[in-house]
Write a protein that binds this ligand. Structure first.
Ligand code: DC
Length: 226
């Protein structure tokens, strides 16, 4: 395997700390970072804004042909517009899983994600990185944490952004998303074969980043030494 195709696939349920950690570790190790949850959020945001419900199969397929998502240096562009803020709202939190369960939506995003893996060393986080998108990833990590800890982390994040939400609402949304993400038939959330499971419950972000960086660096050394 060449160094340019060294991919780290990080999967796990909502709020396990995937995006924060993946970004941190990518920065630390000089790798690029891909937040695939953001891609699904853009899809959900755009389809919902156009009034297209997840159950409208043919309409969805049609809408997808007019929908362009671009990955740029600092995030994503939807038909040329930065919607980074809009896709993190409680509304998108509550609808995204239903759109992400649709095979047409997943297919639309597959090549875009794989192209990123061909552009150089990459840390990618999502639900199906190690199982579907990058099944040959050099490192596969399955990040978990208890429901309550994940809800608390998400609550803090939303409140920091000025959203008025309660702990109970956030916990419920997280549990509903986990259920939809794990029970769907298209690329369900599950631990990939060969993935290393890391539970972040008792770890600070720094400790968890340290642990992941050590796992990845060790693997890099062993790939380089082949
Ligand atoms: O990681 P996140 O919370 O931003 O992800 C938003 C939603 O997108 C999540 O509920 C499931 C879906 N998703 C997915 O189905 N596959 C991925 N690779 C990433 C996210």
């Amino acid at each position: 395997m060449s160094v340019s195709s060294f991919v780290v696939a990080i999967d796990g349920p909502a709020g396990a700390g995937k995006s924060t950690l993946a970004k941190k570790v990518a920065d630390r190790l000089g790798m690029r970072y891909l937040d695939t949850g953001a891609l699904y959020r853009v899809m959900a945001y755009s389809l919902h804004a156009d009034g297209i419900l997840p159950e409208e199969g043919t309409e969805i397929e049609k809408a997808l042909t007019n929908l362009s998502v671009q990955i740029v240096e600092n995030g994503l562009l939807l038909n040329g517009k930065d919607v980074g803020k809009e896709i993190r709202s409680p509304l998108v939190d509550s609808i995204v899983s239903s759109y992400a369960a649709l095979p047409a939506v997943r297919k639309h995003l597959l090549s875009l994600q794989r192209e990123q893996g061909q552009k150089g060393a990459l840390v990618a986080d999502g639900r199906d990185m190690g199982t579907v998108v990058f099944p040959d990833a050099a490192v596969k990590i399955f990040l978990t944490a208890s429901d309550e800890i994940r809800a608390n982390r998400r609550l803090l994040e939303l409140r920091e952004r000025g959203e008025a939400v309660s702990y109970e609402e956030v916990l419920l949304t997280i549990r509903e998303r986990d259920k939809t993400d794990s029970e769907r038939s298209a690329a369900p959330l599950r631990k990939a074969d060969g993935a290393i499971e890391v539970n972040t419950d008792g770890l600070t972000i720094e400790d968890a980043a340290e642990l992941l960086a050590a796992i990845i660096s060790e693997r890099k050394r062993s790939v380089a030494g082949r």
